[in-house]
Design a protein around this ligand. Sequence first.
Ligand SMILES: [Fe+2]
Length: 336
Amino acid sequence: MRIALLILIAAQAHAAGTFSTTVPNLKLLRPKTEIPEIQGKEVQVPEDLRKAKDTWGTQAQSALLDKLQPTPKTSFRFAVIGDVEPGRFPWQRVFAPKGAFKKQIDAIHAASPDFIVQLGDFVSKGIVKNYRAYVQFLADNVSLPMFHVIGNHDRSKPNGKADKNLYHAVFGPGDFYRDYNGWRIVSLDSSNYAVSDEQLSWLDEVLDTELKTIVATHIVPSYLKKKLHSIDVGEGFTAQGLIPKAYFETGATRFGSILAARGVERVYMGHIHAFGVANVNGVKYVLTAGGGSPLYPLPGSYPKRKKAHYLLVEATSAGLTETVYELDGTTYPITW
Ligand SMILES: [Fe+2]
């Protein structure tokens, strides 16, 4: 099965904008057009963070996954953890559940999934000090393969024009996919509150596969306004939501069309610090942004389930089943 998979991927090796790596089932889109206009000074990357890529970069973590899981299997489990940045300012940190990220990372390791997907916003601002602290956290606490989607906070400025030098230096391109036992997991960089036409063409191409597909991206597309709701655990449907910068608009319509046309099995998103689900045009979306970031008061129109949590996902040939694990011990399955 693995050989067939590799042949399939080789046959689909595409195009300008991608390059092969030493890991055959990992592809990354070059970040050539990802970098938005930079306001002010670019962040300079120190040598220690460049070297961190050898351990924590997407390619290195993909190789680690191959090393730890060399045998093909028909089902597997992985974890998804959303926003973990602790808040840039003291008033924000008041809303952060204490020690939640470490507790949840420890719980995930105890459950032994094959790998972890982090949905972005792992630092409060993309500066050297914060990346150093985060890399140290990984070194101290993470032994499972872990893939990082880029969030807006992981750039040099959380909002507005910013560079992504540190993310690219430590993790690599923000657009990549990893194939694993019949599934293709795609990371799409929406950290500029936009996805470009070039990115969407790449997305459409990589979703054109016999494999079952999952898309992970940080920011929620604008067509999910009024659509995300908590599932039936005592929380009701939610309606309108209008926090500035909660969604991305540019590229959203085409993004949604591609996901529906390609029959994507699941979309995981972060950014809005809550939990919610939506089923739109046959595509199932999960907002899971409770990795440890502040759980701010949100207007009543936003998803009401705001607790620190992560997901454990089981993937089989029949599809995905997810269980939500909240920090206080509450667990429940996602039902559709
Ligand atoms: Fe964010």
